[in-house]
Design a protein around this ligand. Structure first.
Ligand code: NAG
Ligand code: NAG
Ligand code: NAG
Ligand code: NAG
Ligand code: NAG
Ligand code: NAG
Length: 417
């Protein structure tokens, strides 16, 4: 397992303020060579052919169209109907864009193949502590796995709590650290986002502000800020970061803060799945050494998401899935994204908005303009469903077929509804 695993295990740990456990010692690291070996060990992918999915109802961002044909060739959706090589009968079925997990920690090709088999065709890794390995994983040359984008080494303050999210010690941020230099390193090393950890004793407000403005002004890039308590949320909002990751579980977000998120055109990736997992699994709580001495509850998680949604704050689907990290500790890839949509629906997000949170909205807020909807020119990242997800969001699990960049995935997993 890689530093991503180590890192994300600690994201999980970071949710609880009385954490004594340190998962990082348990994490073997994945190297670039190991990733290349995994690439070569997998069987050859299917050959992409010019394909027509016929007589299928298509998600247009607001609902499903009348039955029509969708054609793709060379990885993209096309208009031209000549020389179809493969015809798929979509009668009675529903075509949606490939799903995006906007906060995940996939460490290797095996994890990437697994998440793809659940119809997740884009994975945004919100951490990377080893640039060589992350870059091998991103540029893996496989045509049959989800695309991966990645944040770099996160901005973590030297006084940041219990070691949660701790990157290599030499990269910690001190009160006098020149953070503008760090921004150029993160993007210079091939990262797609700069991840900031807001927390008690963490990166100062002023440093967060500088990281965000430098990322915006000098790199036209985006920052993603981890914040899982009220105080950190307010810092993240104040910094004008692009995406606020997680949701406070220690109280209710003040309404003026919610209004500011909206006014600032920020978005939120609540990752309800990781909280649900943490709060419903006694083994995890025990492992993390959680006590009752804090104000943290899962009810706060739910109520905060409910309030953000009601206020019209853009909500994006992400899971914080890490895969198996230790005996009895597993937040699996793929299935969790479907669970996230159900958890969002459970606090009042409509099936339509839940589906948009993993497609159209996620693509828009992460500037992934080549995907997230089904139209001419977009990537042929597609999921064919046997039942209508707008009638019941758990129908996203009722998968018939998955294509990533026009390549059909052979080992599609259908979850029991
Ligand atoms: C992908 O292909 C490039 C060019 O052939 C190669 O340099 C790189 O090592 C390959 N990546 C992996 C993960 O095998
Ligand atoms: C963080 O760094 C500052 C400045 O070097 C130092 O005063 C402070 O004690 C450090 N905090 C921790 C928890 O190490
Ligand atoms: C990559 O990051 C390291 C520190 O982690 C830094 O020393 C190096 O200069 C960076 N490379 C680029 C091209 O920015
Ligand atoms: C605990 O949460 C409640 C909301 O459920 C909030 O009113 C209260 O201020 C919080 N207490 C602390 C100490 O943060
Ligand atoms: C926390 O409180 C609950 C109910 O109030 C109790 O069942 C549980 O044993 C407590 N856990 C700890 C670690 O004190
Ligand atoms: C959606 O389907 C699930 C699984 O079949 C079921 O438990 C749930 O009650 C359904 N929800 C609605 C709103 O029909």
């Amino acid at each position: 397992m890689s530093t991503n695993h180590r890192f994300s295990a600690l994201v999980l740990a970071g949710l609880f303020s009385n954490t004594l456990a340190c998962l990082q010692d348990l994490q073997p690291r994945m190297t670039a060579v190991e990733i290349e070996n995994q690439v070569h060990a997998r069987r050859a992918p299917s050959i992409a052919t010019k394909t027509a999915i016929q007589n299928v109802r298509v998600f247009d961002g607001q609902g499903f169209t009348h039955p029509q044909s969708i054609i793709f060739a060379n990885g993209h959706i096309v208009a031209d109907t000549e020389d179809i090589e493969t015809a798929v009968d979509g009668t009675g079925q529903f075509l949606i864009p490939g799903l995006i997990d906007a906060h995940v920690h996939v460490p290797d090709i095996v994890g990437l193949a697994r998440i793809t088999s659940y119809g997740v065709t884009t994975a945004l890794n919100m951490a990377c502590n080893a640039y060589t390995a992350c870059n091998s994983l991103k540029h893996n040359n496989r045509t049959d796995v989800a695309s991966l984008l990645s944040a770099g080494i996160a901005a973590v303050g030297n006084g940041s709590g219990n070691g949660a999210l701790q990157p290599p010690p030499e990269t910690l941020i001190y009160p006098d650290t020149d953070v503008t230099q760090l921004v150029s390193w993160v993007f210079g090393n091939g990262s797609d986002y700069y991840k900031i950890k807001a927390s008690y004793g963490g990166v100062s407000q002023e440093q967060q502000n500088t990281i965000v403005s430098t990322t915006h002004d000098a790199f036209d890039g985006q920052t993603m800020t981890h914040a899982s308590d009220i105080e950190s949320y307010i810092e993240a909002v104040t910094s004008r970061t692009d995406g606020i990751q997680h949701i406070p579980d220690d109280g209710l977000i003040p309404s003026c803060t919610i209004a500011a998120i909206k006014r600032n055109k920020q978005f939120v990736t609540p990752t309800m799945s990781v909280f649900k997992y943490g709060y419903s699994n006694p083994a995890v709580l025990a492992f993390l050494g959680r006590t009752n001495s804090t104000n943290t509850t899962y009810a706060h998680v739910e109520e905060n998401v409910r309030r953000l949604y009601k206020a019209g704050v853009p909500i994006v689907a992400g899971t914080d899935a890490v895969g198996p990290i230790a005996p009895g500790l597993d937040l699996p890839f793929g299935s969790t994204l479907h669970e996230e949509l159900q958890l969002l629906n459970g606090v009042g997000v409509t099936p339509l908005d839940a589906l948009r949170a993993a497609t159209v909205e996620s693509a828009k807020w992460h500037r992934l303009f080549d995907r997230g909807s089904i139209s001419i020119g977009k990537r042929a990242d597609l999921v064919l469903l046997k039942s209508n997800p707008l009638l019941n969001i758990s129908n996203t699990q009722d998968i018939a077929k998955v294509w990533v960049g026009g390549v059909e995935i052979e080992d599609v997993i259908t979850l029991t509804k």
